[in-house]
Design a protein around this ligand. Structure first.
Ligand code: FAD
Length: 371
């Protein structure tokens, strides 16, 4: 009998495992042959306070301490490095820039509206006739996602958690006050289940006869184009209406159309027309003259009906816990939501660090989608 079975080996699943393993036996089940194969391995890897929903913003704030000072022995590399974020706009987008600035005012993001000459000083390849101003967020940082994922794995394993890949969960049944979980040839009996299966969240719940939340996976495509070391100090540049973004990544530029298009849960693949449209928009706005693409991928950002995270016990099925709906902020909020999830599973107080950051559990409670 295992105390906790976690379904899904993306960042959500490994964070849950790391936070639960000190308190009981944990087995994590991942259907692919490697962890982080789906959305977690396909992100833009940015930490930015002034972004996201009512529920995700405090979780981002509360995650900063872990990301800046990860637990001893959990990582050999810093998890955060300086980047900065620059929202840009033309004359028609100034209202939107002001709105984003207002949202960030009380967040500690340190964001400030800047005139066009300062924007062009930060990123000289921007076309001056397309830029009326910008909003600069100096504290935005790059996250080393692989190191963060590995940090959670190390913590979980140091408390004897077991991680099984190629373990596709295909059946979940009630047994007394606990559960029976079938994955491949394995049958596991456990006290509680954590559903951290990302885009497949509603499908995994259906295996346990639980009503769907209404999760919607949304496609987002990113690609790498050739760059130079000279770009390395640029901030990430995002169009005020989120029609595209780009940021330096080593000697390449990571670019995206920033699209949101509904999808089934699947191994999403990029479409040529999305990459071409992003290149067109970036080339119109800059002198980069992008002509070729080194690599491309598409990930699924999964949203609940109110676009906030879903963290906590399913009211209709005691012992079944949701950890889904992270949308576009599932990397930067992962330390805090793992901690919040563990307090729900263990029935303990919400940690002080989360309360101080303004985390309000009702905002992410699955009960809000039930009568
Ligand atoms: C282009 C792009 C840019 C992004 N940029 C950022 C960013 O800058 N900052 C940020 O914080 N976030 C960003 N995100 C969002 C972030 O990547 C996600 O919120 C996060 O990765 C979600 O993690 P997850 O563990 O829930 O999902 P996943 O990584 O998809 O993990 C779910 C896992 O569950 C497994 N699974 C599903 N069903 C089963 C089953 N039946 N049995 C066993 N295993 C199962 C899947 O194989 C998968 O590995 C971005 C996303 C995209 C696509």
């Amino acid at each position: 009998m295992t105390d906790f079975v976690v379904i899904g080996g993306g960042i959500a699943g490994v964070s849950a495992a790391a936070h639960l393993a000190p308190h009981g036996s944990v087995i994590l089940l991942e259907m692919e042959s490697t962890l982080a194969y789906h959305t977690t391995g396909r992100s833009a890897a940015l930490f930015v306070i002034n972004y996201g929903t009512q529920g995700s913003r405090p979780l981002g704030l509360a995650s900063r301490a872990f990301l800046e000072n990860p637990p001893e022995g959990s990582t050999d590399a810093p998890l955060l490095t300086h980047r900065g974020l620059l929202w840009i706009g033309d004359e028609t987008q100034m209202m939107e820039l002001s709105r984003i600035a207002r949202e960030g005012q009380d967040s500690g993001a340190g964001s400030r509206l800047i005139p066009s000459d300062e924007v062009l000083g930060l990123v000289p390849v921007l076309n001056s006739d397309r830029i009326a101003g910008g909003l600069f967020e100096p504290y935005a940082r790059d996250i080393d996602v692989a190191a963060l994922q590995q940090a959670f794995v190390r913590i979980a394993r140091s408390h004897d958690a077991e991680i099984r890949t190629r373990s596709h969960v295909t059946a979940i049944d009630r047994r007394g006050s606990g559960w029976i979980v079938k994955a491949g040839d394995d049958t596991l009996e456990c006290g509680a289940i954590v559903n951290a299966s990302g885009a497949w969240g509603d499908r995994v719940a259906a295996l346990a006869d639980i009503e769907p939340i209404g999760l919607q996976p949304m496609r987002r495509t990113a690609f790498m184009v050739p760059g130079t070391q000279d770009y390395a100090h640029w901030p990430m540049v995002v169009d005020a209406d989120q029609r595209f973004y780009f940021k330096p990544d080593g000697v390449q530029l990571l670019c995206s159309l920033a699209e949101e298009e509904p999808s089934e849960p699947t191994d999403a693949k990029p479409r040529m027309e999305d990459v071409a449209l992003a290149i067109e928009l970036i080339n119109e706005t800059t002198t980069l003259g992008i002509k070729s693409v080194n690599s491309q991928w598409t990930g699924l950002r999964t949203f609940s009906p109110d676009r906030d995270l879903v963290i906590g016990e399913e009211p209709t099925a005691p012992g079944f816990f949701w950890l889904v709906g992270q949308g576009g902020t599932g990397i930067q909020t992962s330390p805090a939501y793992g901690s919040l999830l563990a307090s729900h599973v263990l029935g303990t107080e919400i940690p002080e660090l989360l309360v101080e950051a303004g985390v309000e559990p009702s905002t992410t409670d699955p009960g809000r989608f039930r009568d």
